[in-house]
Design a protein around this ligand. Structure first.
Ligand code: SF4
Length: 221
């Protein structure tokens, strides 16, 4: 299957898994998490790229810029997904891929972040189309989240957008329903991620997807 299908508005009824994957790329399945993910290169992060140069920021020494994420097979997959974001069939392709997993949990971006406002709107459209799936979107893109809220109000009930604090040991960002922080020397704020106590796995925990939990604090590793 060539990339050329990416350039056409493929009818939803014709989007088999194979065609959807040819357009949007494959989903990821990290061993830590209960569900599937989608990733693009962390080099494309807008705010994250600036933070990555600042010692003490949560993006400094980013795992997604290290060796495992620089293998040719990984960078090729990231490139394909990044190109697909502008495809007119990206939203329908993602819906098809996520539906086929039959998994009720999905995490946006095991690497990378929202690229622009349309990207965020497309992620919302996907959540609206799959009410049986709970989506978790961690992001540093505060301006895009504010723009969405000012324009459209609340995010869908099944999309938990967590705005991340920029610096390690910082307090959660004020004024947002759901946030995340990273602690190293300070005490965890709110709900501490327990993955480090259970072999770096979520197991039964689904706190990141739970909108009733305001802040998740991840231990710096
Ligand atoms: S808080 Fe829970 S769901 Fe989130 S990463 Fe940690 S273990 Fe997984």
């Amino acid at each position: 299957m060539s990339y050329t299908v990416m350039n056409f508005a493929v009818p939803k009824s014709k989007l088999s898994y194979k065609i959807a994957a040819a357009i949007a790329g494959n989903l990821g399945k990290p061993s830590k998490m209960p569900g599937f993910t989608y990733g693009i290169s962390a080099k494309l992060c807008k705010i994250g790229a600036k933070l990555a140069k600042i010692p003490g920021s949560v993006c400094f020494d980013c795992y997604a810029l290290k060796a495992n994420y620089q293998y040719p097979s990984v960078t090729k997959a990231h490139d394909k997904r990044e190109r697909s974001l502008s495809s007119i069939s990206w939203v329908d392709s993602m819906i098809t891929l996520i539906e086929k997993t039959k998994n009720p949990y999905f995490r946006w971006h095991d690497a990378g972040d929202i690229q622009n406002f349309q990207h965020l709107l497309d992620i919302v459209r996907i959540a609206d189309s799959l009410p049986g799936v709970r989506f978790w979107l961690p992001t540093r893109e505060k301006a895009l989240i504010l723009k969405y809220r000012d324009t459209f109000g609340d995010f869908p009930a099944n999309l938990c957008v967590r705005l991340s604090a920029a610096m390690v040991d910082a307090k959660p960002l004020a004024g947002f329903e759901n946030t995340s922080t990273v602690h190293a020397n300070a005490n965890p704020c709110g709900n501490e991620c327990i993955a480090y106590k259970q072999g770096n796995k979520c197991l039964d925990c689904r706190a990141c997807w739970d909108k009733t939990i305001q802040n998740i604090s991840y231990r710096k590793h």
